[in-house]
Write a protein that binds this ligand. Structure first.
Ligand code: ZN
Length: 241
């Protein structure tokens, strides 16, 4: 696969062992243009970077080598992993994002992403459940790559996990009421199994985490409210792990 190298200085000086690579984190750039994104990801003052950047035509830029710790995840958590820069490969997709005009991801861009993911999965033996979005690992701060990111399509290509409930079946349970405490506890237990880090500290945490889950698995309605459809999806995903 052809990569165009652009050097970003934004990584830890100390190299990592490639055995520590366990997760792929997908982002969108959330900036006005590709050019601006490249400048930011390579500017030492911005202190952000990623291993790859893919533009809308599917052109792949390599910014940081895999054995270096790039700065893309920030404060984050997934399963037993904390602050995921050290354990993950970051892939940025050029997209203006929610702030500047969120657009669908183009086929060419996704095809390049799929190619890279397949190579990484093989090379580092990355588990399906460890292919995540930035919002999954930092639900309180981040909403990228957002609800237009086609997780179901990627899962068909064996990248990431997806449920096997029929859309028409699920649809009936959208906005259906839940048994408050009982179902909440069960839901978050399932979320923990999937990898989401969550503890019942504040109401605010709950809403944001439900939203992150919905952005990934139930994009038709992202309201932060737990309903029966979300419960069924989370249970189904857990059963498949
Ligand atoms: Zn991000």
């Amino acid at each position: 696969m052809q990569e165009y190298s652009i050097y970003s200085p934004n990584f830890n000086r100390k190299k990592r062992s490639i055995n520590s690579i366990k997760i792929i984190t997908i982002h969108y750039t959330g900036m006005q243009s590709e050019r601006e994104s490249i400048i930011r990801l390579c500017n030492p003052k911005s202190k952000v970077s990623s291993h790859f950047l893919i533009n809308q035509n599917g052109k792949v830029y390599r910014l940081v080598q895999d054995n270096q710790i790039a700065w893309h995840a920030g404060k984050s958590c997934w399963g037993n992993y904390k602050n995921l820069n050290k354990n993950s490969i970051g892939i940025e997709l050029v997209n203006k994002g929610h702030q500047f005009g969120y657009t669908h991801f183009r086929k060419k861009q996704l095809l390049s992403l799929i190619k890279i993911c397949k190579i990484l999965i093989k090379r580092y033996k990355i588990k399906k459940k460890n292919i995540v979005g930035h919002s999954d690992i930092a639900p309180l701060r981040k909403i990228d790559p957002g609800e237009k990111f086609p997780w179901k399509y990627l899962a068909k290509k064996k990248i990431g996990i997806w449920h096997d409930c029929k859309p028409n079946f699920l649809r009936k349970f959208r906005k259906s009421k839940i048994f408050k405490k009982h179902d909440e506890v069960k839901f978050f237990k399932n979320l923990n199994n999937i990898g989401y880090c969550f503890s019942f500290k504040k109401k605010f945490f709950l809403t944001k985490t439900v939203k992150a889950f919905q952005r990934h698995y139930r994009k038709e309605l992202i309201n932060g409210l737990l309903d029966k459809e979300c419960l069924i999806i989370a249970q189904n995903l857990t059963n498949k792990l």
